[in-house]
Design a protein around this ligand. Structure first.
Ligand SMILES: [Fe+2]
Length: 389
């Protein structure tokens, strides 16, 4: 068994209507909050007004930064930091999906750190040293996808350098994560499917990674089981609160699992696709995942056999190896069930771009590549892309 360390400093508050607690929680950290969010969905749904109202009842003033884009960029982070400083806020609230969570983390730590967000990218000036702290951060997730609400990773895209990087720092941990499954009921089916599959890949990748530990295995197995049980239900009936609660829990568990277990080849190959094509994360992952399972199940037969079982394989008389081989097939069944059987070609990727994507992955996703069991050099990755077209 690997040596391992496990720490999770984020206070997790889980349950239907737990959002009501945001005022008393916010009170611990000060009297002025910066709410970090994207576009309009929290406005349209009335969630923003509700949060601002709950805070106001506790005497907390809110400033709003609503410029977060999907795949948030370094520009977005700079804009949020400027507003946090201008408004002299005491703490940050990340409100929305994974992009809002990630942006809020980077804004929280860049608000008290030297230099520019780009200085903290892999290989840059302050990458090794890391940030110098962070403003207190409360994350409120409205999707079940990235698991970002309770881990230390902030994924930020440098558009000029075509780099989408997961910045990992102890200062990225939210102080408190409020996970209220009711906030996810309005997520449309396609996004429920894509984000729910991201949950599955987080759990699956952490489970088969080199850094897996008994802690991350527990979280990953539970998360995969919950996705298998409830994702299709949540896609078909968004108001199914039991299914939504299962997905919210799976999301948080899977996010905790990758915090320590990390991701592997599926995320390594999909980040460059999102960086170049701005593809939704869950879709880029789903284009590559079956190919990865097909080629890598031999790297850990017992674990891939367990994945096949968790995805519904109950065929009698199979050896462990035969069962492991079926993991890809059962994943495809799930993808079809939630209408997300997709190829890289569907996302606009052409064969002449594979060399660029492969090289980009080796520049930006070294951690996930090194965390993949088996051989994952240029040729293997090129092949993963090619077979996923
Ligand atoms: Fe992800």
């Amino acid at each position: 068994m690997n040596h391992f360390r496990f720490i999770l400093p984020t206070e997790v508050i889980f349950g239907v209507d737990s959002i009501e607690q945001i005022g008393e929680i916010g009170n611990r950290y000060g009297k002025k909050a910066l709410i970090v969010m994207g576009g309009n969905s929290a406005r349209k749904s009335g969630l923003l007004d509700r949060v601002v109202g709950i805070l106001k009842d506790k005497g907390i003033e809110s400033a709003i930064f609503d410029k977060v884009t999907p795949n948030p960029t370094t520009e977005v982070i700079r804009g949020g930091v400027a507003l946090a400083k201008e408004e002299k806020v005491d703490f940050i609230i990340g409100l929305g999906g994974g992009s809002a969570m990630d942006a809020s983390k980077a804004i929280a730590f860049m608000s008290v750190s030297k230099g520019d967000i780009l200085d903290y990218f892999p290989g840059e000036k302050y990458f090794e040293e890391g940030p110098q702290g962070a403003l207190p951060l409360i994350t409120v997730t409205t999707t079940s996808g990235t698991g970002s609400e309770a881990n230390q990773v902030a994924v930020v895209t440098d558009t000029e350098g075509n780099r989408k990087c997961g910045l990992r720092t102890k200062d990225g941990y939210p102080t408190v994560a409020i996970i209220d499954p009711k906030l996810t009921v309005s997520v449309p089916p396609r996004i429920t499917a894509a984000t729910g599959l991201d949950v599955l890949y987080h759990a699956l990748e952490a489970y088969v990674s080199k850094k897996a530990s008994p802690y991350t295995d527990l979280l990953a197995i539970e998360a995969m089981g919950l996705v298998s049980k409830s994702l299709a239900k949540a896609v078909k009936d968004g108001a199914d609160i039991e299914a939504r609660a299962d997905m919210s829990l799976a999301n948080t568990f899977a996010g905790m699992a990758i915090d320590h277990g990390g991701t592997v080849a599926i995320h390594a190959t999909s980040h460059p696709v999102s960086a170049y094509y701005d593809s939704p994360h869950g879709e880029a992952l789903s284009a590559v995942a079956p190919t990865y399972l097909k080629h890598y199940y031999r790297t850990d037969i017992p674990k891939f056999a367990k994945i096949a079982e968790l995805l519904g394989c109950q065929e009698a008389g199979l050896t462990q190896e035969q069962k492991a081989e079926k993991a890809s097939e059962y994943l495809i069944k799930l993808l079809e069930e939630v209408d997300l059987r997709i190829t890289l070609s569907d996302l606009g990727v052409t064969e002449d771009m594979i060399d660029t994507l492969t090289k980009n992955s080796f520049e930006t996703m070294k951690g996930a590549i090194g965390n993949t069991k088996g051989t994952l050099e240029y040729d293997e990755m090129y092949q993963l892309y090619k077979e996923s077209l």
